[in-house]
Structures are given as structure tokens and as C-alpha cells.
Write a protein that binds this ligand. Structure first.
Ligand code: NAD
Ligand code: UDP
Length: 339
């Protein structure tokens, strides 16, 4: 296992849980985050849990001089690249910000890596690169490239860039990790998802309804061609996702080229099933009303995770009840997030 890892976006939701998992493995971590969507509280809590602290550097992945300095200062062998903007709706209104932050940011990071002779990279991609899947479960080799929004396009473009890099230079070892729907929190309840303002995603929205901060959930459509008419997704516990990154880093030690792995559970749950599971975990009602479909949403999306099982020896261990229990514990212990 590599000794020093730089984690871009490491103060954010998935990055902080993965940083915690890295620290627990005894790996030294340098977190680079511009705090545009996070605070350092997540890292302080991760240090509280693990008894170890990452080095924290506040800065932007588009700052090439800063990156060059970091690669010179620390013995970095691997980069876990989480930093990026991720709000689908916002990306439609601010495409330049999304392409600049996500695509230009990744180009700058890769240039600094080449300069430093660091060629091992795991990138946070997304099931969104599959667009509206023709068949489920989705396996890695199905056609990609029809994301329905600029956020998804930025992920797709970055994947192309990274594939081209790996094709051009055999020193690269790259993991393109396509996440399905990360939810939940570390089982301590000390770190979790802390969205700004009204949440866009289902789980944080439900949690805020259950805790009384929001009056009701708005269910976007009950007329999809699914068993109960609501959208079906592959929800994955954020700690399972974090562990998937550890396995991917191990795999990259003995592989070159760019490799795509789905990180999902292989199970699809409807919005109604998630509501019921959350009500059971929290023992609170989650009032909801039905509204029209949300633009750009698809009916059903879940992973075939067997390639990650075969090649990484990784499989999600935590089921829907654990995801709901941990999301609820985090919400209850931190009704205002890290604030
Ligand atoms: P997040 O917003 O909580 O974390 C992203 C972090 O990156 C934040 O701490 C933010 O401050 C930082 N950041 C953003 N732009 C930066 C920049 N230019 N320089 C330095 N830091 C920057 O999001 P998350 O949910 O933890 O997502 C992490 C990654 O996983 C993102 O790339 C996201 O697109 C991807 N992803 C997330 C999901 C999801 O549902 N959460 C699903 C699929 C893929
Ligand atoms: N959803 C919903 N109400 C909300 C947020 C989401 O009904 O307030 C639905 C959404 O239509 C989708 C599912 O919940 O079927 C998951 O949505 P989320 O935004 O969490 O993930 P994504 O759509 O990106 O997969």
C-alpha cells in the first residue's frame, strides 16, 4: 500500500470519509480543498475518530504553482481526485463554472502530476456518464457519453482525457470509479453529508424532513415505468464507497492503463422504498407529496458491480437499513451539519 496520498476535495462528503479510511489504514494523507463546499470540521472529526490528522492545505486544483509546490514538498505517490462541483441543476445554469472547475481543474492536476512523476490516480466519476441506460444492471462496457447535463458531461470529458493519457503514456495507472448514489455517514455519527441550503439529493432531504427542518418531501414523479412508479437508484453506503477506493488503490499498484469500475451495490430501490426504510430506521414519519417528474431524471439506474468484485475483491457490505440508520444518526447528532 502506498504511503502518502493527496486527496483533492478531501474535506467534502465522500473525500472526508475516504480520508478517514486512509488514516485508519496508517496511510499519510495531504488534503487539498478550496472549501467551496465544505469546512475543515469534517477533517477535525476524522482526526478525532482515528487519532491521526491529515495535512490540510486550503487551495484550488486549478492553481498549478500550488500543486507543483505540494508535489515537491510531500512524498506523494498517489492522487485521489474528488474535488469538483457536483450540483446537476446548478450545472445547467452555470456550465462555464462546471467545465472550468471540473475539467480545467483535472487538466491542471494531471499536468502537475506529470511534472512530479506521479502517475497513479483515482478519479471520482459517476453513473451519470451512462446517461439513460438502455438496460439494467449497468456494466462498465455499455456505451457512455450521453449525460443529460453539463455536470455529467464534465465527468464524461474527464474520463476521456484520462483514457487518452493512459493510452499515450504507459506509466499512468488510473481508476475511473463510477459511483452510483452515495448515502449515509460514518457509523460514529461524527462525519456525514452537509449540503448547503436546501438539499438536492433524496437522502439528505428525507433526513431534514424527519428531523423537522423541512415540512415534507416532494417526490418527483410516480408515473415512471417502475414497480411503484417512483425512480429507482442504487444507493451505496459512503463507507463502502470509501473502502472501494482503498481496494482500487491497491489494484493500481500492480496495473497500468485506465480501468473503469462501477462502485454500487447492484440493488435498486425506489423512492417509496427509501422513505419506508428511513421511517423504520428513524421511527419518525416522512410526510411527502407527489409532484411532476424532475427534468433530466431517469427511471431506473443500478449497477452491475461484479467487475469490482472480480478485480478489486470489493463488494458493498452495508444494506439499506444501515445506510438509513447512519444517515439518521448523523442528522440527529448534527441537526445543523458541521455548523
Ligand atoms: P462535496 O462537494 O462534498 O466534495 C467536493 C469537495 O471538493 C468539496 O470539499 C469542495 O470544497 C472541493 N472542491 C470543489 N472544487 C474545488 C477546487 N477547484 N479545488 C479544490 N477543492 C475543490 O462532494 P462529494 O459528494 O463528496 O463528491 C466528491 C466527488 O464525487 C465529486 O467529484 C463528485 O462529482 C463525485 N460524485 C459524487 C456523487 C454524490 O452523489 N455525492 C456521485 C457521483 C460522483
Ligand atoms: N428525488 C425525489 N425528491 C427529492 C430528491 C430526489 O423524489 O427531493 C428522487 C429523484 O427523482 C430520483 C431519486 O430520488 O428518482 C434519487 O435522486 P437524487 O437526486 O438523490 O440522485 P440522482 O437523481 O442524481 O440519482
Amino acid at each position: 500500500m502506498t504511503s502518502t496520498v493527496i486527496v483533492t476535495g478531501g474535506a467534502g462528503y465522500i473525500g472526508s470519509h475516504t480520508t478517514l479510511a486512509l488514516l485508519q489504514m496508517g496511510i499519510d494523507v495531504v488534503v487539498l480543498d478550496n472549501l467551496s463546499n465544505s469546512t475543515t470540521a469534517s477533517l477535525e472529526r476524522a482526526a478525532q475518530i482515528t487519532g491521526r490528522s491529515p495535512v490540510f492545505v486550503q487551495g484550488d486544483i486549478r492553481d498549478e504553482a500550488l500543486l507543483n509546490g505540494l508535489f515537491e514538498k510531500y512524498p506523494i505517490q498517489t492522487v485521489l481526485h474528488f474535488a469538483g462541483l457536483k450540483a446537476v441543476g446548478e450545472s445547467v445554469n452555470r456550465p462555464l463554472a462546471y467545465y472550468d472547475n471540473n475539467v480545467t481543474g483535472t487538466l491542471t492536476l494531471c499536468k502537475a502530476m506529470v511534472r512530479a512523476g506521479v502517475f497513479r490516480l483515482a478519479f471520482s466519476s459517476s453513473a451519470t456518464v451512462y446517461g439513460n441506460p438502455a438496460i439494467v444492471p449497468i456494466f462498465e462496457s455499455v456505451t457512455t457519453g450521453m449525460p443529460t447535463n453539463p455536470y455529467g458531461c464534465s465527468k464524461y470529458m474527464i474520463e476521456q482525457v484520462l483514457q487518452d493519457l493512459a493510452n499515450a503514456d504507459p506509466r499512468w495507472s488510473i481508476a475511473l470509479l463510477r459511483y452510483f448514489n452515495p448515502v449515509g455517514a460514518h457509523e460514529s455519527g461524527l462525519i456525514g453529508e452537509d449540503p448547503n441550503g436546501i438539499p438536492n439529493n433524496l437522502l439528505p432531504y428525507i433526513a431534514q424532513v424527519a428531523v423537522g427542518k423541512l415540512p415534507e418531501l416532494v417526490v418527483f414523479g410516480n408515473d415512471y415505468p417502475t414497480a411503484d412508479g417512483t425512480g429507482v437508484r442504487d444507493y451505496i453506503h459512503v463507507m463502502d464507497l470509501a473502502e472501494g477506493h482503498l481496494r482500487a488503490l491497491e489494484a493500481l499498484e500492480t496495473r497500468t492503463g485506465a480501468h473503469v469500475w462501477n462502485l454500487g451495490t447492484g440493488h435498486g430501490y425506489s423512492v417509496f422504498e427509501v422513505i419506508r426504510a428511513f421511517e423504520a430506521a428513524s421511527d419518525r414519519p416522512v410526510p411527502y407529496r407527489i409532484a411532476p417528474r424532475r427534468t433530466g431524471d431517469i427511471a431506473t439506474c443500478y449497477a452491475d458491480p461484479s467487475k469490482a468484485m472480480r478485480e478489486l475483491g470489493w463488494k458493498a457490505k452495508r444494506g439499506l437499513p444501515e445506510m438509513m440508520r447512519d444517515a439518521w444518526r448523523w442528522q440527529q447528532m448534527n441537526p445543523n451539519g458541521y455548523r
